[in-house]
Write a protein that binds this ligand. Structure first.
Ligand SMILES: *Cc1c(COP(=O)(O)O)cnc(C)c1O
Length: 378
């Protein structure tokens, strides 16, 4: 079976060399925009491409305001601060995620609570959140508190794993019932839709990443999106050193960040965003071909759930058990076809071992079985 898989991947990517998991594609106006950016001398923290990028991303995500930032992690960090996360608060998220999700919480000096994911979406389970809050939640005048720790639960951060949207309607309902704002970690799900609406715009705030391995890249970059104009303006203020508007004086009245996306990166991002729909079509076509191939082998190729359209950023298999997974990882990687297991659960990492968790039944199941396979645009 693994020989057939290796052959299939090599044929799809038309290569006998090393096949990575995900590499960028630059087939649009990247060089044109970059040259124009350099000629303009505006290569740094302000410039026309930054504004254009913000407008274009708002159009794509159907949100009212976008703030371009230096990476996805900083987008999430500031997103949490925008919805009111403070020192010693708690933030609900999933243990099955990339470490940046949890780090963004810790950078606010807040504590993650790691809850289980759903088996189908691999993202935060609304049922797990509901169960947790029914056991530990207490609604007070200024929000939801954790009865066990006495701390305020000031946000919930779901992550749309590999571009598969979580069950948003159910999650929005439970978070609304408990007065907990949602900050979507949409770093992996640019262009993915839930009931016809793009991910990132469902929560109070959403965060995107444009890192080199994402579906669209600008070298490094991120964005905060929101439909709340006031929050958006405050986000721009905080990420640009909290400098008050003045024609020439420096006036800073609170602790801000220099998280600005350089115009140079924004130029690249603008050229990439123009190709997003083409990238998604290309990936969805590869997903269809993988599905047919793996069906014929009796292997579970993960597909989007009902009511969603996934961007198929990183495609993945669900093996029957850890032994099968390890065998596949070994044989493919030894043959120069890159595959990778899903992340270690966050509460196993030294800095998050003390955090409150629930059963993690689905997260542990998926942790042993999910493998990413080459997914680049061809
Ligand atoms: C990539 C990623 C991030 C962070 O993005 P950076 O731009 O690398 O900082 C955050 N969360 C998830 C789930 C990611 O995959």
């Amino acid at each position: 079976m693994h020989k057939d898989l290796i052959k299939f991947v090599r044929k799809e990517f038309n290569s006998e060399e090393f096949i990575p998991l995900h590499i960028p594609t630059f087939k649009g106006k990247e060089k044109e925009f970059l040259a124009e950016c350099i000629d303009s001398t505006f290569v740094s923290s302000v410039g026309a491409y930054v504004n254009l990028f913000e407008d274009n991303l708002s159009a794509i995500t159907k949100t009212k305001k976008t703030i371009a930032v230096v990476n996805g992690t900083s987008a999430l960090q500031v997103g949490l601060r925008l919805v009111g996360v403070k020192k010693d608060d708690e933030v609900i998220t999933q243990a099955l995620t990339f470490v940046a999700t949890a780090n963004a919480i810790a950078y606010n000096n807040a504590n993650p609570i790691f809850l289980d994911v759903d088996r189908d979406t691999m993202g935060l389970s609304p049922k797990a959140v509901k169960n947790f809050l029914e056991e530990f939640g207490e609604l007070r005048e200024d929000g939801c508190y954790n009865k066990k720790t006495g701390r305020r639960i000031s946000a919930c951060m779901p992550m749309h794993t590999f571009g598969f949207p979580v069950h948003l309607d159910e999650l929005l309902k439970v978070c609304q019932d408990w007065s907990i704002p949602i900050v979507e970690d949409a770093a992996e799900s640019l262009g993915s839709e839930y009931k016809g609406k793009p991910t990132g715009g469902f929560g109070e705030v959403g965060g995107f990443s444009f890192n080199g391995n994402k579906i669209v890249t600008c070298g490094g970059g991120g964005a905060i999106v929101t439909n709340n104009i006031d929050l958006g303006n405050r986000g721009k203020f905080l990420t640009t050193t909290a400098k008050q508007a003045h024609p020439y004086e420096y006036v800073h009245n609170e602790l801000g960040y220099n998280f600005r996306m350089p115009n140079l990166n924004a130029a690249l991002a603008c050229a990439q965003l123009e190709q997003l729909n083409g990238f998604i079509d290309n990936k969805r076509e590869l997903a269809t071909r993988y599905k047919t191939f793996f069906d014929s082998k009796g292997i579970n190729f993960r597909t989007e759930s009902e009511d969603t359209k996934a961007n198929y950023w990183l495609m993945c298999l669900e093996l029957n058990n850890k032994n099968e997974r390890d065998l596949l990882l070994r044989e493919t990687n030894n043959s120069g076809v890159m595959t990778r297991p899903i992340w270690q659960l966050m509460f196993r990492l030294p800095m998050y071992q003390h955090c409150q968790i629930d059963s993690q039944e689905n997260a542990k199941f998926l942790e042993e079985r999910i493998v990413n396979i080459p997914s680049s645009v061809r």
